[in-house]
Write a protein that binds this ligand. Structure first.
Ligand SMILES: [Zn+2]
Ligand SMILES: [Zn+2]
Length: 201
């Protein structure tokens, strides 16, 4: 049976969960979870993900605020060059104590939990281990890094891309161009030659 603390993403929080208003700083490296991006833009499983920030206990749960950074691989969408660049994101996540604990605190808390759950709960709320002693940040890291991945990565903001006709790198050959009219006439000439060949048969 796997225990919560056996997860490489388990952060022990029992110490601060015992009482609201306590804080636990974190500055650690975790392995990247699987499933972040794809072969073109993503973070390799097991890559070093640095997490800095703090876990703070409040009455109904634990809040993590901090920063997540990971080496992402990507390809420039214009010139297809590989891009080596760490991706970073600021994170705020909430780890609520389970309902049985809230129920013990009185009926008032239950209503608050429902209000929180009504908002975008799936985005930034994560469960603690059943005994409340560990915050498992695997899903948090995955969600954060997936969201941080650029949809259209560029090697630089003004990348000129590749020539659409011959694939030449326009960053290296800024003066590169084709006589576009040539292309149209060439197609016409081909067509004409074909017609003439057919008539000739
Ligand atoms: Zn580029
Ligand atoms: Zn060209």
């Amino acid at each position: 049976m796997s225990r919560p603390e056996d997860s490489p993403w388990a952060v022990p929080v029992a110490q601060i969960a015992s009482r609201p208003g306590q804080s636990k700083p974190i500055d650690a490296v975790f392995p990247a979870p699987s499933g972040i991006g794809d072969a073109i833009v993503g973070v390799d499983e097991g890559a070093d993900v640095t997490v800095t920030g703090s876990f703070d206990s409040i009455i109904d749960g634990i809040i993590f605020t901090g920063r997540v950074s990971a080496p992402a691989h990507a390809e420039c969408t214009r010139c297809l060059k590989p891009i080596e660049h760490p991706w970073e994101a600021n994170v705020t996540a909430f780890f609520p104590f389970d309902d049985s604990r809230n129920a013990r605190n009185g009926r008032g808390d239950k209503g608050e939990v429902d209000i929180i759950a009504g908002e975008d709960e799936s985005e930034d709320t994560y469960p603690l281990s059943p005994d409340g002693a560990f915050a498992d940040i695997e899903a948090l890291l995955r969600d954060t890094l997936v969201e941080a991945l650029p949809l259209q990565p560029l090697c630089r903001p003004d990348c000129r891309g590749l020539c659409s006709q011959c694939g030449a790198d326009l960053n290296e050959e800024p003066d590169h161009h084709h006589e576009t009219t040539d292309i149209r006439f060439a197609a016409l000439a081909d067509f004409k030659a074909k017609l003439e060949a057919e008539q000739g048969e």
